[in-house]
Design a binder for this molecule. Structure first.
Ligand code: HEC
Length: 138
């Protein structure tokens, strides 16, 4: 008798938790990515040491105030047919290819970024992708 009662309680608990999961909103994507709050701190901490003025290898400054001007709608040096950032289209953006290591397969050259270091964590690359998908806005 006791065992049956416990089983019933467990079933009830399972039913309740299943119920609770319904209506929980899907994570992420709801919050838009902010260039100033999300992207600038990322590129200034991970990239700007080597991409400071735009005169260094790669020809790109990744310092917050000017990085968008070097990225959005600008042809890459390594594969000039591919723009560094195509606003609205992360898959077509050389920046994303260099972060994900797909640049060679797309006709680019050189290493995956950040150069000589482990790739960025997937959630950081996802932020860059989302920023571009949302229009690469300032
Ligand atoms: C240790 C130095 C170093 C760091 C850190 C670094 N890069 Fe680079 N980057 C380079 C060098 C050198 C090149 C040119 C050779 C190559 O592509 O491997 C380059 C090339 C590039 C290019 C190609 C530019 C073009 O127009 O063809 C992009 C895009 C780029 N880097 C983005 C980044 C991003 C984004 C980060 C940060 C996540 C980053 N880099 C971090 C050294 C670095």
């Amino acid at each position: 008798m006791r065992r049956i009662a416990l089983g019933g309680a467990a079933l009830l608990a399972a039913a309740c938790s299943a119920q609770a999961e319904v209506g929980v909103p899907a994570p992420a994507a709801a919050t838009p990515v902010s260039y100033q709050a999300d992207i600038v701190p990322l590129i200034e901490s991970q990239c700007a040491t080597c991409h400071l003025t735009g005169e260094e290898a790669g020809g790109i400054s990744l310092v917050g105030d000017v990085a968008r001007d070097f990225l959005v709608g600008k042809p890459s040096q390594e594969a000039p047919a591919i723009m560094r950032v195509v606003a609205g289209n992360p898959d077509a953006s050389y920046l994303v290819m260099k972060l994900e290591g797909t640049h060679l397969a797309n006709g680019g050259s050189g290493g995956q970024m950040p150069f000589g270091a482990p790739p960025l964590p997937p959630e950081q690359i996802a932020k860059v992708r989302q920023w571009i998908a949302e229009g690469a806005k300032p």
